[in-house]
Design a protein around this ligand. Structure first.
Ligand SMILES: [Zn+2]
Length: 162
């Protein structure tokens, strides 16, 4: 599928990602993609392959896109891994009930109840240190080699603490 068509129609992207991700960053993601492709003059030639959630992270395959997209992609993956798949709360922890997904506590409890899963939410929560870093130090520095997340946090209306 042509990237320009994906951006224009939005529906294909929306249909292939969890509802919470669409709520939190779906349109912003598409705007970011459009901006990068336009800036590098590849809006017409870029093609999109697989779009899906995999291991709680956004998979988004872009062909004929610019090298610069890599950093954007990494940032969106990172954000997806901390966005509740159901309601879009951010930042949340990764939970693993057999499927590893980012859930807020409330949605995860509901999800376990709906599935008559007797296990408790705490046991299935992955206490990733990464999340701590993420909240307290949402900036890149060249020491960690992480992408500068500030512009993305601003785009998804998350208050940047410094
Ligand atoms: Zn939620």
């Amino acid at each position: 599928m042509k990237a320009s068509k994906l951006i224009e129609t939005k529906e294909h992207f929306k249909a292939n990602i969890p509802s919470g991700w669409w709520i939190r960053f779906g349109e912003t993601f598409l705007e970011d993609l459009k901006e990068v492709l336009t800036e590098h003059d590849c809006l017409e030639k870029a093609e999109v392959g697989d779009i899906k959630e995999k291991y709680g992270s956004l998979t988004f395959d872009l062909y004929n896109g610019p090298e610069d997209w890599r950093e954007h992609q990494a940032a969106w993956e990172y954000i997806s891994e901390h966005t509740c798949v159901r309601c879009g709360a951010f930042p949340v922890k990764m939970r693993d009930d057999g499927w590893m997904l980012p859930w807020c506590e409330e949605c995860f409890r509901k999800h376990l109840e709906e599935n008559k899963d007797g296990r408790n939410a705490e046991e299935l929560t992955i206490d990733n240190e990464e999340q701590k870093d993420y909240i307290n130090y949402p900036i890149n520095n060249n020491e960690t080699g992480k992408a500068d997340m500030r512009p993305y946090y601003k785009k998804i209306n998350y208050e940047v603490r410094q």
